[in-house]
Design a protein around this ligand. Structure first.
Ligand code: PLP
Length: 433
């Protein structure tokens, strides 16, 4: 399988595209054509088998293909259960059972194990890679956990100071070793812009052998297809109906994987994008014009994105505005509604929602109120314990902490401060070469 840029050129294999990150013409890598994925092959009980069936067409003729079974087995050693909710035909897909308690563990772990397999089997002579990543909260810790103590890799994480939850910050700083966490005096968009400047700086790119792990990386994007494929195939084989998904959305990496799975032939119905008050995507769908704007801080901080990078892939997959409107809806939720949905989550569903998942729950309730009877699945992107300072006062009680998160919180956390200035980041990266 070859991957091309959303802007036209640059054919590359999967491994090449993973190491290049952004295509040389500034576009994002997309498959030249989508494979036809077999629903039966994805409907097995074992999630790892589904992941194998979904990913192997994309790795055809790639140097990593022989190692795919191992990469998949090592990456997905935790569960992604689909649970029924009390309402008829309501479901939740829990994507927070990985080491850092958010869905980003799926992509980050696959990427880390793929890169490690590449270093071990394909290019053993390669120098140390520096993974540079900007995070709005959960990406950084998933990437840090996935790459911690891996040979020949170091990781530099940029996060917006004061704009992530206390536990998210603690997770970012708790690793040490080959992981460095920088708190930037700015927003997530500032962090992302610093990272972009670093990748455009050819001299730095070569000197540090920069590698990318942000949500534009194919190595994170494609494995996310696996949980949509697994749920949709199993539901279809058991009930003869397509599952519909509501995805909490920021940079559009998670939801885009759902569209890829759908367009690769899996029985997926409608996909709803649930955003917080950063309503760029709902506005884009409505007007047909993509107008990025500065992000505003919300309770669902991992979705505080004003310029979602994967819009470029969405526009590649569905070029016309009518097409996009036919394939998806987008729904924006303000903080007051997030609070209300968390507060009533326990009595209505017997569940504690994280603020991101609460946005999707609000979309579900809107659909049900409008008389929609189809099977819907809310995608739960993080464990509520990561957002204790928001969730606990609303519920008036403590939220139990999953063991892997508790272990991270028990370690000391260390950060460095970084001004929002590219020269400072550059000097820092070169100094720690
Ligand atoms: C990253 C994140 C999102 C947004 O996912 P995108 O792929 O950026 O759209 C939603 N919820 C949580 C908990 C996240 O960490």
């Amino acid at each position: 399988m070859r991957f091309v840029s959303t802007r036209g050129g640059s054919a590359a294999s999967f491994s090449e595209a993973v190491f290049i990150g952004l295509a040389p013409d500034g576009g994002l890598f997309v498959p030249r054509r989508l494979p036809e994925i077999d629903t039966h092959a994805c409907g097995t009980r074992m999630f790892a088998h589904t992941a194998q069936a979904v990913l192997s067409p994309f790795l055809q003729k790639d140097a990593l293909l022989p190692y795919l079974p191992d990469i998949v087995a090592q990456s997905f050693d935790f569960s992604a259960p689909l649970k029924a909710l009390p309402g008829e035909n309501d479901h939740v897909l829990e994507l927070f059972h990985g080491p850092t308690a958010a869905f980003k563990d799926f992509g980050a772990r696959f990427l880390a194990h793929a890169m490690a397999a590449h270093g071990q089997h394909v290019a053993p002579e390669a120098r140390t890679t520096t993974i540079l990543v900007a995070t709005s909260g959960d990406t950084g810790s998933a990437v840090a956990a996935a790459f911690h103590d891996k040979p020949s890799v170091r990781v530099a994480i940029l996060f917006p100071k004061g704009r992530v939850s206390q536990r998210q910050a603690h997770q970012l700083g708790c690793f040490g070793g080959n992981i460095a966490a920088y708190q930037v005096a700015g927003s997530f968009d500032d962090c992302q812009s610093l990272v972009k400047q670093a990748f455009m700086d050819q001299a730095l790119r070569v000197a540090c052998r920069l590698g990318s792990a942000n949500s534009i990386s194919l190595g994170r994007l494609l494995p996310q297809m696996a949980y949509y494929a697994h749920v949709a195939a199993r539901y279809y084989l058991d009930h003869g109906q397509a599952m519909n998904f509501i995805v909490p959305t920021g940079n559009l990496g998670n939801a885009f994987a759902a569209f890829l799975a759908k367009e690769s032939g899996l029985p997926i119905g409608e996909i709803v994008l649930a955003t917080n008050a950063n309503a760029v995507l709902p506005d884009f769908l409505q007007s047909g014009r993509f107008v990025p704007r500065p992000s505003v801080a919300t309770l669902a901080n991992a979705m505080d994105v004003g310029n979602p990078s994967n819009v470029e892939r969405l526009a590649w997959l569905y070029p016309s505005a009518e097409d996009r409107r036919a394939k998806m809806r987008a729904h924006s939720v303000n903080d007051a509604t997030i609070r209300a949905r968390i507060q009533e989550g326990f009595s209505k569903y017997g569940r504690v929602w994280c603020p991101h998942t609460a946005c999707a729950v609000d979309a579900l309730e809107g659909l049900r109120a409008a008389g929609d009877r189809r099977p819907w699945c809310v995608v739960a992107t993080a464990h509520p314990a990561k957002f204790a300072e928001t969730v606990e006062p609303l519920l008036g009680r403590e939220v139990e902490i999953p063991p892997s998160l508790a272990a991270m919180l028990a370690r000391p956390a260390v950060f460095s401060d970084l001004p929002n200035k590219y020269e400072m980041l550059r000097a820092e990266l070169l100094a720690h070469q």
